[in-house]
Structures are given as C-alpha cells and as structure tokens.
Design a protein around this ligand. Structure first.
Ligand code: NAD
Length: 367
C-alpha cells in the first residue's frame, strides 16, 4: 500500500517528537512492505517565521492531497503578543476546520509498567483505559463574535460558545460507534446545570442514545467528571464531550496515566485524518532531547488504523511501545525516582528496533 503522509513538525518539541514518529513509520513501512512518502511542511510559529501565515496555502494543499497528516505541536512564548489570527494556534484551528475533522479521539491507557509513575496511587490508576471523544470544530474555540474591545483600563472581552444539533449529533454517533467496539459504556460530559449549549448537548445525546440501547449511557457535569477522573479513573470507558471540556479533561487524563507526553490522538470525520500527540510545544524542555515521543508514536498507530485501515501494523506499533516500556525504558517525564532515563532519540530507537523485531517474527511465523 502507498502510505502518503504530510508531516507538520511545528514548534518547540514538535520537530523532536515528530522525527521519532517518522522514524517509526519508516521502519514499519519497510518491515511490512509498504511504500511511504512523507512531505514535510511548516505550520504554526515555524510557518509564521517563513511566510507570516500560521497555515500557508502550500501546507494546506499538501495536507488536502495526502492520505493523512501527522503533526507535532505549535506555539511558543515568542508569539504570545501576536494578534489572535496571527498566533500559531490559529493555524492549527484553521487546519482542523479545513480538513473537516470534527471528532478527536484521545485514548488514555495506563500501561501496567507505568502504574508507579502516576501522581495517583497505583491501585487507583490500575486498569485505566479511557477513550475521550472530543468535539473539535465547534464550541467556544470557533464561535463568533470573539473580540477584546474598549480603551485600556476599561476593556471587555467576548468569546462565543455555540453548538448546532447537527454538530452534536455527528460526534455523538462517532462516540457511540466506538463504544460498541469497547466496553459499551459512554459518559457524556457537559455543564447542563448552567449552559444552554450543554442543555442542547444533553438533549441531543439522549436522543442519539436511543439508537444505541446496547451502550450504557450516562451524563455528568464537567466539574463532577473532573473529580471522578482522579478518584476512580478506571470506571470510565468512553467519555464524549465538547471542545473545551475535552481539551482540559484529556490533559488531566494524560497526567493520571503518567504524562502528557504519553497520549496520541486522531482527528477524524473529514476526508483526510489529522494525527498529533495531545501535548503542546513544551517550550520549557524544547531542544534538550528529553521530550517523550510516545504520544507522537502512538499517533502513528492511530494514523495506520484510521486512515489506512492497517490494523496489524497499528497493533505492531502499540505492542512495541508497550514492550519497550515494560522492559523499563523510559523518558525523564515517566522515569522512576533515582533511575536512569533515555533521551527522545534513544527511546525512539528502542521502539523502532522493537517494531523491526516484531515484524520479522510475524514474517517467520507466516512463512
Ligand atoms: P504543553 O503541553 O506544551 O506543556 C505542559 C507541560 O507538560 C510542560 O511542563 C511540558 O514540559 C510537559 N510536556 C508536554 N509534552 C511533553 C512531552 N512530550 N514529554 C515530556 N514532557 C512534556 O502545554 P503549555 O506549556 O501549556 O503550552 C506551551 C505551548 O504549546 C503554548 O504556546 C500552547 O498554546 C501550545 N499548545 C499547543 C498545542 C498543540 O499544538 N496541539 C496543544 C497545547 C498547547
């Protein structure tokens, strides 16, 4: 198969983790006999520096004409004073909209070998396996009007949270379908005691749930869900929620299972999927070769599964990551106190090697 990917490393640790993800993808394509083409383009701050546009047209066109997009991260403190349409993040928001990827899937799994590095007790995180389905193209991140107005000292700011029934319905259906392939337990998270958007959200999810009577459906307020996520995370299966709540709860879930660097994501729903780790550009550790590339590498697994339907290859990436972690190899963010750790490059190399060995074993078994 031809695996045609546009790679957008972006800013900060984005290029460091993406390099390891591409290394894994190259190794996997070679091991399983696929043809791979990766076209690299700028986005975010890197694109602002080269073209004064956080999503240049040639980047967008490359993305639209590929089979999938692999992204690192965007943003950084040097852009904090830029107007909102010229901030790196606006390039990413525009890319998501142009690709039409309305459903963002964020799996948060506690690997048995990492139970000891959660800030929570091992007996609380043990068995945690959550899929957060975050609505990605609506809500307060996209609503208009949005502005700051008035003279300094007397300014006011407005953001608009807006949802249509259709926007809620389409992401809800994705979440219910995924729940059917998991433990058939879906919690929809909202703030229906305060927000009209959430009341509409709850109404629509309740209606859609009638088409999925085999899935146990419940509703939680976001404050209560945040609490439950740290008191009994293993009880969650699929969490369906709107854009901003999903952004926040998934960072929390990442921390519960060990580190923000561990989670990959898939943004689907349009003709071209977008795959990225859930973390940002981490300017505090950029350029030091210490970032955890596992989230970026697990995003490659999701890319293979969702955009190219290569289930065996996706599983090979996931089991190789699990094997490397089980063997005790870790980056600094998940290292055991007093134990050594590997660099970004080193752990990427371990995972690439594990894939090569696993693929060779599969071949031997087949022959
Ligand atoms: P962040 O996710 O970049 O970092 C938060 C903390 O987690 C930092 O201490 C960082 O060192 C750590 N961390 C993140 N990824 C890690 C990894 N792979 N390995 C080890 N540690 C890791 O969030 P932030 O500091 O709030 O934001 C920094 C910049 O990133 C901002 O400009 C923000 O707008 C941007 N951002 C971008 C995205 C994206 O590109 N999708 C997402 C979130 C934030």
């Amino acid at each position: 198969m031809l695996i045609k990917v546009t790679v957008l490393p972006g800013d900060g640790i984005g290029p460091e983790v993406t390099k390891q993800a591409v290394r894994v993808l190259e190794g996997l394509a070679a091991a399983f006999g696929h043809e791979l083409t990766c076209t690299q383009k700028d986005i975010g701050g890197a694109a602002l520096k080269s073209s004064k546009d956080p999503l240049p047209n040639d980047t967008l066109q490359a993305c639209l004409s590929s089979g999938a997009v692999l992204l690192g991260a965007v943003g950084g403190p040097s852009f904090d004073s830029f107007p909102s349409h010229l901030r790196p993040e606006s390039g990413l928001l525009r890319l998501r909209r142009e690709l039409g990827v309305f459903a963002n899937l964020r799996p948060a799994t506690c690997y048995p070998s990492l139970e000891d590095c959660s800030p929570l007790r091992a007996d609380i995180v043990k068995g945690t396996d959550i899929l957060i389905v975050r609505e990605l193209l609506g809500g307060i991140y996209y609503g208009e009007p949005r502005l700051i107005q008035g003279p300094t000292g007397d300014r006011s700011a407005t953001d608009t949270m807006r949802y249509t029934e259709k926007e809620i319905e389409r992401v809800a259906r994705v979440a219910f379908e995924l729940a059917r392939s998991r433990r058939r337990n879906l919690v929809s998270v909202d703030k229906a005691n305060v927000l009209d958007c959430s009341r509409l959200w709850r109404d629509v999810v309740t209606r859609i749930s009638q088409d999925y009577v085999d899935v146990k459906t419940s509703h939680m307020y976001v404050d209560s869900a945040a609490m439950a996520l740290v008191s009994h995370p293993a009880d969650f299966d699929v969490v369906l929620t709107e854009n901003m709540f999903g952004d926040i709860l998934s960072d929390q879930a990442a921390s519960v299972v060990g580190s923000l660097g561990m989670l990959g994501s898939a943004s689907v729903g349009g003709p071209v999927g977008l795959y990225e780790p859930i973390h940002g550009s981490a300017p505090d550790i950029a350029g030091q070769n210490i970032a955890n590339p596992v989230g970026a590498i697990l995003s490659v697994a999701m890319l293979l599964r969702h955009s190219f339907k290569l289930k065996r290859e996706a599983s090979c990436v996931e089991s190789s990551v699990a094997g490397v972690l089980a063997a005790g190899y870790r980056t600094r963010d998940v290292a055991k106190h007093g134990h050594g750790c590997l660099s970004t490059e080193e752990i990427g190399g371990k995972i690439a090697e594990a894939i090569r060995v696993a693929a060779a074993c599969t071949e031997n078994v087949a022959s």
